[in-house]
Design a binder for this molecule. Structure first.
Ligand SMILES: *Cc1c(COP(=O)(O)O)cnc(C)c1O
Length: 423
């Protein structure tokens, strides 16, 4: 169970909306920091433990800077994410580069920044060498294929495009060793939004076992194991957060049994979670524009899929609170929609809510990860602003809302004057 409480009052939001009109995303700095510290504390037994925040979950430099201050790095998968991490003050091995189908220029940039490069395929050894040269530290992303079952969002490992097979790992590290690479890591990422702590313990144990065999067979020493991201959050009020103490204790057991007992100690433990770091601490705040009553009851918000795609994309549940009506009984069944000309542009379907009026403020919970970040401009819809509710109570704008001019910025209307559509 989790209470789905809010870090702000209705009065506060009305005041904020006076300066920054809805819709907007707002992040709770105090809760983000508290959570980051709790995560590091849960793994304090693991010497050199590091979380690399998956930038794609919430690519905002203010959040990255805040995380850096909490001792958290950045996990990047693209040129823009690398540049964002660097411009947020992260350097060298504070940045992990876990990409796939990688353009050469991205490897060049990752090398320039001294980021830890995690290769997605055996053929990328030559590709990286040719375009950027081999660094002295490299890791591979492992795809266990039929050895592990996946989950709904990411699919089964056997069908996933990511990573190397077990066989390729042996060959790959052999090639790296031959080419003079001296420092090694091993990575995997096989779950998404997973709430079962046993999944992550099994993943870590699997990697520790592999490290033991690879170290022995190839006579190399592993510096780190990266268990990826994918720790889920309780989107539904009846769900509970993942017990990180249990995950940590299970991983510690596996570490002692395989790594310590095998004389392979120390191997640093890394993870690259996005969702648990910001997801529960970001809210999409929106105003009711319209109501309509046809075959069903509809509430139309000023937010749409451009601001949060998860419900449309995955049928994902996001909890809704109508501000000021937290304690009113849920008396009517609504579809809560956005304005896109797509019938799946709905934040909730058949949701029992209090009686809603035009002008009510609806808060959409757990929008802090894979929320604003996934937004798109289909139908000419614009992405909203992002605000940060500071630990001290003040609110600052950390990304302004897009304007129509932003939307048109890539079009050449001057050139259009000379474009003769007739021939
Ligand atoms: C998306 C992604 C993550 C983060 O996933 P979460 O579910 O947000 O924790 C981490 N690593 C890689 C390689 C990813 O693609």
């Amino acid at each position: 169970m989790n209470p789905k409480s809010l870090p702000f009052t209705k009065d506060q939001i009305v005041r904020i909306a006076g300066r920054h009109p809805t819709p907007f995303h707002i992040y709770d700095e105090a809760a983000i920091r508290r959570n980051a510290r709790d995560l590091r504390k849960a793994f304090s037994w693991a010497e050199g433990f590091r979380e690399y925040f998956a930038v794609k979950a919430a690519p905002n430099p203010y959040l990255l800077k805040l995380f850096r201050e909490e001792g958290i790095g950045a996990d990047c998968s693209s040129l823009a994410e690398l540049i964002l991490a660097e411009r947020s003050g992260l350097t060298g091995e504070e940045i992990m580069f876990t990409s796939n189908d990688t353009p050469a220029g991205e490897f060049v940039k990752a090398r320039e920044f001294g980021a830890v490069i995690n290769l997605d395929d055996i053929s990328h050894i030559d590709f990286l060498d040719r375009h950027a040269g081999l660094p002295d530290l490299l890791s591979f992303r492992y795809n266990p294929g039929p050895l592990r079952s996946g989950n709904a969002i990411i699919g089964t490992p056997q069908d996933a495009k990511y990573g190397l097979t077990r066989q390729q790992l042996f060959e790959g590290y052999g090639i790296l060793k031959e080419r003079g690479v001296r420092r090694f890591g091993l990575h995997t990422m096989i779950a998404s939004n997973e709430l079962d702590p046993r999944y992550f313990i099994a993943t870590a144990a699997m990697l520790f076992d592999l490290v033991a065999v690879l170290s022995r067979e190839l006579d190399i020493r592993f510096e780190f194991v990266n268990i990826g991201g994918g720790i889920g959050i309780p989107y539904r009020p009846e769900e509970s957060p993942v017990d990180l103490a249990a995950v940590s204790a299970g991983i510690r057991d596996a570490y002692d049994k395989t790594i310590r007992a095998g004389g392979l100690d120390p191997v640093r433990l890394y993870m690259e979670c996005g969702r648990i770091m910001t997801g529960p601490y970001g809210y999409l705040v929106s105003t009711v524009l319209h109501q309509k009553h046809i075959y069903k009851h509809y509430v139309g918000l000023d937010a749409c899929m451009a601001n949060l795609m998860r419900p449309a994309l995955y049928g994902a549940y996001h909890h809704l609170t109508v501000l000021g009506k937290e304690f009113s009984p849920p008396v009517r069944m609504y579809d809560v929609t956005g304005s896109l000309c797509e019938n799946n542009d709905k934040f909730a379907i058949d949701r029992m809510l209090p009686d809603i009026e035009i002008g009510d403020i609806v808060v959409i919970h757990d929008a802090g990860a894979h929320g604003h970040a996934m937004g798109f401009n289909y139908n000419g819809k614009l992405r909203s602003a992002e605000l940060l509710l500071r630990a001290g109570g003040e609110t600052i704008l950390i990304r302004r809302a897009e304007t129509v001019d932003d939307y048109f910025a890539t079009l050449d209307f001057a050139g259009l004057k000379n474009f003769n559509a007739e021939d």
